[in-house]
Design a protein around this ligand. Structure first.
Ligand code: AMP
Length: 278
């Protein structure tokens, strides 16, 4: 496994890899867990070579967010990726991706301002910008993302289409703890008590899915079913709970098969997200 830190070196290594066969890209911010590894395994299964990136992207964090304290476990991450058969790791310093004076950003209008984009202004501008830069550097045949970040998937699908990126975006299912909590690098912020409280997110989603499958198709009562589960943990504050079109992220009034149920909530100082597809 080669670990590269400049765009120039990474581009050359990816070009050489693409001459041997297809190349998959798994973008991450590190602090790797089984969710990330599931993307790497999907990439290994579908591509001849796999490149992963580890970059805590400053432009997708708001001024009062956790950029500085975001977990960084670089050595451990590299050992995991090596064991999974990753060929190339791209781990640039921030100034490599954002040289002084960098003023060009990718803005996915509309979609980029919904769900997390509404709660975290500028977040998806940062995400779209860094992912576009990674796509330009690696030029993968396929890029792998998690359904865990469903709004991110919608933003990136639109960007790939609008900018004619010549790659396939592959979305992998959410990996959960046995009790239902979606894996997240931010779970390590949770105290034992918060970890227990955080279970209400997946439980609220399950309640909405069960109510939907029992025949309720109206969004308002479906959301009520979710909110009544969230109320069991009053210290967990809902940021959003919505049922939306998965492509546009616009709210629905009637739930249809494939609709996205998305939740974000604050558990202590940690913001968690989760979702389900009806
Ligand atoms: P991050 O390092 O948090 O930016 O995540 C990198 C990629 O891993 C993104 O495409 C995420 O959607 C994906 N991911 C994060 N958590 C999970 C999970 N629990 N299950 C599946 N994919 C995940």
């Amino acid at each position: 496994m080669q670990v590269l830190s400049t765009v120039r070196e990474m581009r050359a290594a990816c070009r050489a890899a693409r001459q041997q066969g297809s190349l998959g890209l798994v973008p991450t911010m590190g602090a790797l867990h089984a969710g990330h590894i599931s993307l790497v395994r999907a990439a290994r299964a579908q591509c001849d070579g796999v490149a992963a990136s580890i970059f805590v992207n400053p432009t997708q964090f708001g001024p009062n967010e956790d950029f500085a304290r975001y977990p960084r476990t670089f050595e451990q991450d590299c050992a995991l990726l090596d064991a999974e058969g990753v060929m190339l790791v791209f781990a640039p310093p921030p100034e490599e991706m954002y040289p002084p004076g960098a003023t060009t950003f990718v803005e996915v209008e509309g979609i980029g301002d919904r769900l997390d984009g509404a709660s975290r202004p500028g977040h998806f501008r940062g995400v779209a910008t860094i992912v576009a830069k990674l796509f330009h550097t690696v030029a993968p045949d396929k890029a792998f993302f998690g359904q865990k970040d469903a709004a991110q998937v919608a933003v990136l699908r639109r960007m790939v289409r609008d900018f004619n990126f010549d790659l396939e975006l592959i979305v992998c299912p959410i990996v959960r703890e046995p009790d239902g909590l979606a894996l997240s690098s931010r779970n390590r912020y949770l105290s034992e008590r918060e970890r227990a409280q955080a279970l209400v997110l997946s439980r609220a989603l399950n309640a909405i899915c069960a109510t939907y499958h029992a025949g309720q198709k109206q969004v308002a009562p479906l959301l009520d079913a979710g909110r009544s589960i969230m109320a069991i943990e009053p210290e967990v504050r809902i940021d959003y709970l919505e049922i939306v079109d998965p492509g546009t992220l616009l709210p629905l009034t009637e739930a249809t098969p494939g609709a996205l149920v998305a939740i974000a909530a604050q558990v202590g100082s940690t913001r968690l997200i989760d979702n389900a597809i009806l």
